[in-house]
Write a protein that binds this ligand. Sequence first.
Ligand code: C2E
Ligand code: CA
Ligand code: CA
Ligand code: CA
Length: 279
Amino acid sequence: TKRAGRNGYHFFEASMNVNAHNQLQWLQDLRMALERKEFLLHYQPKFNSPSGQVLGAEALLRWQHPTHGLVGPDEFIGLAERSGLIVPIGEWVLNEACRQMKVWFDMGHEDWTIAVNLSALQFAHADLIDLVKDTLSRHGLPARCLTLEVTESTAMHDAENSLKTLQKISDLGVDISIDDFGTGYSSLLYLKRLPANELKIDRGFIRDLADGNDDAAIISAIVALGRTLNLRIVAEGVETTKQQDFLTSVGCDALQGYLMGRPMTPEKFLEATSNLQNS
Ligand code: C2E
Ligand code: CA
Ligand code: CA
Ligand code: CA
């Protein structure tokens, strides 16, 4: 009936308003979050395979929201990207990660690297190279201690300009890691020209990994490709010893995942990794 229709419409409209309000509220909260110092970084260890030596950490953004508690990046990175707020937030991340890495460096972990994720918007931002250079020198951190992770799709978008940006990053002495590899559409020709140091196999391939299935074959192929192009191959999202054994057997150079270490506070990170190295 018309009435039911109207009710339906009103209901829909009401929920839309709730949604719109939520979005607006989240955006307002996000705008204030930097100033209110609500962001923090967790660090997930990365290990050499097969030696198990700690290679460093990936910095992963968290938001301590005043009412929602600890919020993960999947909940707000999209909004940060759409609103442009990811640029100042990303600046904060880079600075904080380099500051923390310098603390570890001064403690004697001079061979560690800190990996920082770059959003597509940051990657396209004209000031990126100066920002990276200035951040490193502000902390007195050698460029080799920093790795920047860009997703395969970000690196593929506007390929010619991406290559130029990646080359400038590489010229600084900063390593480049191609994240979520296998989900984009890189051509072999493009990969060959890419001044990258590392390919990070997308977690999806590792999650669905089983003996002799397609994902196992794809992973082996990516490792072979990495050998040919002289790129380090990293597997992330390693949750089981079975996955670990497979990835080691096909020759992945480094592993990351809940099995070996979750993202954690810098204090916990140091504790966990020093326990490992002393044992
Ligand atoms: P990513 O760069 O692919 O990071 C890996 C994600 O997988 C992280 O989720 C990590 O906690 C999670 N992970 C690691 N090991 C395992 C595992 O064994 N099993 C499972 N199920 N998950 C695992 P997180 O921290 O929620 O981050 C999600 C995404 O948010 C990241 O994906 C990255 O794209 C983005 N992100 C995180 N921090 C930043 C940042 O500072 N800047 C930007 N632009 N993006 C960020
Ligand atoms: Ca990453
Ligand atoms: Ca990834
Ligand atoms: Ca991802």
